[in-house]
Design a binder for this molecule. Structure first.
Ligand code: AMP
Ligand code: ZN
Length: 471
């Protein structure tokens, strides 16, 4: 049975969904004012491994929501600087996030709401009114604040001691006129030039915390949800405040399990935009590394341990992944007949070790070790001519099962199968070449053909039109 570490209890606990064999989970998504960096993606890759483990190893259905934070100080400042409306500005970064997520093999969550989608804003408005009815709020200068002294359990997730609470060292920025520095804003009064909505609390915009509380409950149904996830930096104040709002509004437990991913570091500092030490996926790809190797690196150590990003580590991830892929290729050409019972035993052993590693709080490092034990032992058996074609098929089946959870080998194969030029670009150039020929500019048409050939794409003309293929 799967065991997960729960930040709320500070313990590893057996996990099962509360309803219908469906795991309802929420992960805080990106703030869409810049391209997400691979530190952000460490969290999303680990949450993806959790999702796949729940589906493919445990056999549950998953209903997952990951939001886009598309209204906050940073997104508003960015859109003002760029001189475009907020929705258009954030759309660019959402597109970039989708592209990078696909290249990293992330399964698409069932729900990917934007905070500014109308039904979500409405749900936030309703939640604020419920909090007001329950006496958890006060208003100042057009903004609505959560009064944390009205919720006795406040601080339970972050284990805030009285000292930490009093010194107020970590309070939200850009808030003013609060009764208590620990109180936080849930609806910000509108300021000139900023987008603003009115859902019953006066003109303004939502605070960051209320976005997640309202979207999680709107999209995942009756609380408690099963799992709420994010990076460790979100434990306080974000997740603590999400609990306060959700439980204050519904009087029910918000999430049973809190799953937090440790940070990706660079030279012992957290990778973060404010420190200027970030790398995005396209930046890493420009240095010749594959997204599949990035995914491998990000999932290769346990999610609750810090991971230090280095280029040597990147190379190593690439080599390790290649080792599995080469092994799979080698299995494909084994032709001997018969059966060697030892191979079946090795496969069983690897499957058991893989499962028990992941069931033990998603220990991906140990799961990979089980895969490499199998690679080593079966490679040795192939050297000794003690593997048959049917044994090899068995091993490949096991590798396929492992990769449903890890998602690295399939990703690498998809990269290999991809044309060296994006398909849309090829199609666009074919159309351009056709137009050139129609205006009898054969020089231009030839130049397009040659340029594509140099990039590994051959064009073939026939009566039915032009087709392309890889060189
Ligand atoms: P943000 O876009 O800043 O709201 O962050 C999106 C997600 O990335 C959150 O779950 C953060 O906790 C997570 N995150 C940010 N920096 C890192 C890092 N260096 N390593 C791992 N996760 C991170
Ligand atoms: Zn959140």
């Amino acid at each position: 049975m799967l065991r997960l570490y729960n930040t709320l209890t500070r313990r590893e606990e057996p996990f099962a969904p509360i309803r219908d064999d469906t795991v309802r989970m929420y992960a805080c998504g990106p703030t869409v004012y810049a391209r997400a960096h691979i530190g952000n993606f460490r969290t999303f890759v680990c949450v993806d491994v959790l999702r796949r483990t729940l589906k493919y190893l445990c056999g549950y259905a998953v209903l997952e929501a990951v939001n886009y934070t598309d209204v906050d100080d940073k997104t508003i400042a960015g859109s003002q600087e760029a001189g475009v409306p907020l929705r258009d500005y954030t759309e660019r970064w959402i597109a970039a996030f989708r592209e990078d997520s696909a290249r990293l093999g992330l399964e698409t969550p069932e729900q990917m709401p934007r905070a500014t989608d109308e039904p979500n804003l409405r749900a936030m408005g309703e939640m604020i009114l419920a909090l007001e009815r329950h006496g958890h709020t006060y208003r100042r200068d057009g903004s609505v604040y959560f009064r944390i002294s009205t919720l006795p359990g406040y601080g339970r997730l972050a284990r805030l001691d009285r000292e930490g609470m009093r010194d107020g060292a970590r309070v939200d920025v850009d808030e003013y006129s609060k009764e208590d520095p620990r109180d936080f804003v849930i609806w910000k009064a509108s300021r000139p030039g900023e987008p603003s909505w009115d859902y019953g609390s006066g003109p303004g915009r939502p605070g960051w915390h209320i976005e997640c509380s309202a979207m999680a409950l709107r999209l995942l149904g009756e609380p408690p949800i099963d799992i709420h996830a994010g990076g460790v930096d979100l434990i306080f104040p974000h997740h603590e405040n999400e609990i306060a709002q959700s439980e204050g509004a519904t009087k029910l437990e918000f999430s049973r399990v809190w799953f937090h991913v440790e940070h990706l570091f660079v030279e012992h500092e957290k990778m973060s935009k404010s420190l200027g030490n970030t790398f995005t996926l396209p930046e890493i790809a420009a240095r010749g590394h594959r997204p599949s190797a990035v995914r491998y690196l990000l999932l290769s150590s346990h999610y609750r341990k810090p991971l230090n990003f280095t280029w040597a580590g990147m190379d190593q991830a690439d080599q390790s992944l290649r080792r599995i892929v080469d092994f799979e290729d080698r299995l494909a050409v084994v032709t001997a007949e018969g059966q060697f019972p030892r191979i079946q035993a090795l496969v069983n052993e690897a499957q058991l070790a893989f499962r028990s590693a992941l069931e033990s709080d998603l220990n991906t490092a140990a799961a990979l070790a089980a895969v490499f034990d199998l690679v080593r032992d079966v490679n040795a058996a192939i050297d000794a001519r003690q593997v048959s074609a049917s044994d090899a098929a068995l091993v490949r089946g096991a590798l396929h099962g492992f990769d449903r959870v890890l998602g690295v080998v399939g990703l690498r194969r998809a990269e290999d199968a991809q044309p060296p030029v994006p398909i849309e670009e090829i199609e666009h150039l074919i159309a351009e070449r056709k137009a050139a020929r129609q205006r009898r500019d054969f020089g231009a048409a030839d130049r397009i053909r040659e340029a594509l050939a140099e990039r590994g794409i051959l064009l073939e003309d026939s009566a039915g039109g032009t087709r392309w293929k890889k060189k």
